[in-house]
Design a protein around this ligand. Structure first.
Ligand SMILES: Nc1ncnc2c1ncn2[C@@H]1O[C@H](COP(=O)(O)OP(=O)(O)OP(=O)(O)O)[C@@H](O)[C@H]1O
Ligand SMILES: [Mg+2]
Length: 496
């Protein structure tokens, strides 16, 4: 096997606060951290998050397409570790892409393209809520059941006299339902309970076995064993397609042939075993550690990259020092998000015209604008939810606060957000302005809201504060043109 170049040093960087919703405690901790060379969590106000799993995040792009992000989170013993593993998401995502491309002759799938090492654009399907598990060997939960005398699993027979980790005479399909806790179920029950029609189930079964055969054959050539795996299917335009992921370490068990043949009873799962044994060795008072030390992280990265190399025969590029920046660049390049974002937050919809003036100007510069309504005085408790995404977003963000008479909004936003906040209070006439402007100008300490009276200027300041190189170039040209105009005007009035 090819040798991989040494890894770049790990940077487990700064901490940033954010409060995503999650039922898993560690995931919550992990998602609040920014680790520069990892994709831990994706936050952008420009994409609607539709699903958050232990490892992957799914976003809606439009009605037909979704974005699946394989993060660098690692789950072991049903727990998401606080320490991410650089490169793991890229390995998983690109392995799935590799298999999707290499099995399209068996069945069409949802994969459209890679937009980033960690991210795939896929077609939205109507998912069939069944996991098609294919097992080539008796291990894990199947073996545990077998030891207790079980001889049928989800309607599939398991012959007498089997030993741990032994191959089945031919691979078996053991479906489960996709519910809060997956349930073993026979094909007949799946049909009777209405999870899937008999015809579609038959097709899924046939395809699953073909995919398993293809996967096993390819891996066998690389000295690997596909022990078991699961497939998910969906319908697109009434046609059965493969969705989710395929033959990745998170959806499959891989053994090395060499390791298996030396001691079948203790065959090790290629990806998980190393981290698991660290966790077991360091268990304290019956509790596994939540974090991994740097050397274990680096070795885990190496192992995932090795698996990728073994399966595809290709080397993965180096781990990026700044994965967030790379992701931002790639999402913009593929036109999935705009490179900058301005939120215009108004206290009430009576200020809508004032806000729309700014929105029109900003959008001319191809920056995404979102209008929000929240009043610092009247429903200030909702402010946290409104701004949650802006704090740690992938793209540069600026906020314009629009509140009249008594502007609490600009201050509340500036005191809570680490991004530029500009107050642009609307006013009826100059007297109105003079009476109320102080509530925008006078801010408490550590509350750096700027105040700009003219909406056009506020829009331009918001754009400049994004500090996007492409906009700097645009504004430089505009500044030059303005100077030129003045010089021309001077010549004209002077008459020479
Ligand atoms: N093309 C698609 N169209 C619609 N749904 C899809 C598509 N591809 C995958 N899915 C669904 O998206 C979800 C992906 O979930 P994900 O794997 O991130 O988390 P999970 O399965 O809920 O939990 P876990 O973290 O334990 O795996 C699955 O429910 C899968 O069925
Ligand atoms: Mg899943």
């Amino acid at each position: 096997m090819k040798k991989h170049p040494p890894l770049s040093p790990l940077d487990r960087g700064a901490q940033l606060g954010c409060e995503p919703k999650s039922k898993i405690q560690n995931l919550k901790l992990l998602k609040g951290r920014l680790v520069l060379n990892c994709i831990v969590n994706i936050v952008t106000p420009q994409l609607e998050k539709i699903h958050s799993g232990k490892v992957r995040e799914s976003f809606r792009v439009d009605a037909q397409t979704r974005l699946i992000v394989a993060t660098d989170r690692l789950s072991s013993f049903d727990n998401v570790l606080e320490t991410p593993v650089p490169g793991k998401g890229a390995v998983l995502n690109q392995l799935a892409a590799f298999w999707f491309e290499n099995t399209r002759d068996i069945i069409d799938n949802h994969f459209i393209k890679l937009v980033d090492p960690n991210v795939s654009l896929v077609r939205e399907a109507t998912p069939i809520r069944v996991e098609m598990i294919v097992r080539g060997y008796i291990t894990g939960s199947a073996w545990r059941g077998y030891q207790k005398g079980k001889r049928a699993l989800s309607g599939a027979d398991m012959p007498e006299g089997m030993k741990k980790n032994q191959p089945f005479p031919t691979p078996i399909v053991t479906p489960t339902t996709k519910e809060d806790s997956d349930r073993e179920i026979s094909p007949k029950e799946l049909v009777d309970e209405g999870w899937v029609s008999a015809d579609i189930y038959k097709a899924m079964e046939k395809v699953s076995l073909k995919l398993f055969e293809r996967g096993s054959a390819l891996l066998e050539e690389r000295g690997l064993i596909l022990v078991d795996t699961k497939y998910e299917f969906g319908l697109i335009d009434n046609k059965l397609v493969l969705i989710d992921e395929i033959h990745t370490p998170d959806s499959s068990r891989f053994w090395s042939k060499e390791n298996y043949e030396a001691d079948p009873d203790n065959a090790e799962q290629l990806d998980k075993e190393y981290v698991r044994s660290y966790l077991m060795k360091n268990k304290k008072d019956g509790v596994y550690p939540n974090t991994l030390p740097d050397d274990v992280v680096q070795e885990t990265t190496r192992r995932y990259r090795d698996i990728y190399g073994m399966i595809t025969g290709e080397l993965l590029p180096q781990i990026d020092e700044n994965a967030q920046l790379r992701l931002h660049t790639n999402l913009v390049k593929h036109k999935i998000i705009k490179d900058g974002f301005v939120a215009i937050v108004m206290g009430s919809t009576s200020d809508l015209d004032h806000c729309n003036k700014m929105k029109d100007i900003i959008e001319k510069y191809d920056v995404k604008v979102e209008l929000r309504v929240v009043s610092a005085h009247k429903n200030g408790e909702d402010l946290a939810a409104v701004i949650a995404d802006y704090k740690t977003s992938l793209e540069p963000v600026a906020v314009i606060a629009v509140a009249g008479r008594s502007n609490g909004l600009g201050g509340a936003l500036a005191a809570n957000l680490p991004v530029p906040v500009i107050s642009c209070p609307p006013f009826g006439d100059k007297t109105d302005l003079m009476v109320n402007i102080n509530s925008s100008l006078m801010m408490p300490s550590n509350t750096p809201a700027a105040t700009v009276v003219d909406p056009k200027n506020a829009a331009l300041l918001a754009l400049r504060s994004l500090n996007l190189p492409r906009l700097r170039e645009v504004f430089t040209k505009k500044i030059e043109a303005m100077k030129q105009d003045l010089r021309e005007a001077d010549k004209t009035v002077r008459g020479r």
